[in-house]
Design a protein around this ligand. Sequence first.
Ligand SMILES: Nc1ncnc2c1ncn2[C@@H]1O[C@H](COP(=O)(O)OP(=O)(O)O)[C@@H](O)[C@H]1O
Ligand code: SF4
Ligand SMILES: [Mg+2]
Length: 339
Amino acid sequence: MNHEPIVEAKDLVKDYPKKEGFLIERRVGWNRVVDGVSFTLLPGETLSLVGESGCGKTVVARMVMTLVKPTAGTILFRGDDVFRCSPQTLREYRRTVHLVYQNPLLSLNPRRTVGESIALPIRNFGLYNTAKERAMRVAEVLETVGLNGMYANRYPHEFSGGQIQRVGIARGLASGAQVFVLDEPVSALDVSIQAQILNLLRDLKESLGLTMLFIGNNLNVIQHVADRIVVLCHGRMIEVGPTSSVFAHPLHPHTRRLLDAILSVDRAHRASTGPVARGGEVAMGREPAIGCSYAEDCPQACGECRSAVPQLRTIEAEHSVACHQIEPLTHSTKECADE
Ligand SMILES: Nc1ncnc2c1ncn2[C@@H]1O[C@H](COP(=O)(O)OP(=O)(O)O)[C@@H](O)[C@H]1O
Ligand code: SF4
Ligand SMILES: [Mg+2]
């Protein structure tokens, strides 16, 4: 694997105004919804951003896509800052990095055939000159994602949930995207359809060498797709590591809770055929934590946890955790001195 990152997120921070008032709103402060998120996307790897609803995953994805400007920090594309680069580099970045939404219908014009929607980025990036060449490319990418090329003439509402997700992926392939940012791409689908889309993504990754930032809140799904995992809690990174290591030795109490949730879902799932349930939701709109972002919910929290933000520290090869009480090498928890 080439170890030069294609995309690098550096210390991303996003603040949104905190407002009060019913008819006349006024700003009363700021909510820090993303706080110091950094990661690299290496060619051909799948990195997963995991966390409960409201922890900042979509805001990170939107910053990666340059749809939202970070309050601080930046995104590098092969070393260039995408918020300060030349228009040519930004254009190349936008062709290379493609966003797949949880609900691709939101990104498709209902009055255009899917063929027209897929052809649009091809045209915008000036990739194929004639309508015939573009039509051939559209049919080719539809077939690559397992759909009939003739479906190009259909409208979005004529597709099922799984098929429309395939169309969203085809749209990125059409303009030659190499990096796919997938924001909960299977959360809204039935389990059997989820598996088909995950298999498709795995096949595309192998055959085309795609790089993926896979966002989700279901560790069951993430276990099957991710090479590395970043766990977020209230906008902060709390654990980072290779998927096998995070699943075998989850270090942070919040990661352990997320894993416990999927084990209990597994037990329930054996008795049902319904969709995989999600983990719990984090409380929205909380005050930014002065100390550990998980202190309010952590059974091990002590005074230090409430007064100082724990920094990510490497505990074992490439596996880091942000917790005051986990010691390197031993993985043991230390005694809390101040309580
Ligand atoms: N445009 C916005 N204005 C204000 N707050 C926002 C905006 N977008 C997201 N947020 C807040 O940021 C937090 C993280 O949101 P989001 O990234 O969508 O969470 P996730 O994708 O992990 O469920 C939430 O509390 C959400 O309400
Ligand atoms: S730093 Fe403290 S509150 Fe945070 S996870 Fe560790 S023990 Fe719990
Ligand atoms: Mg989201």
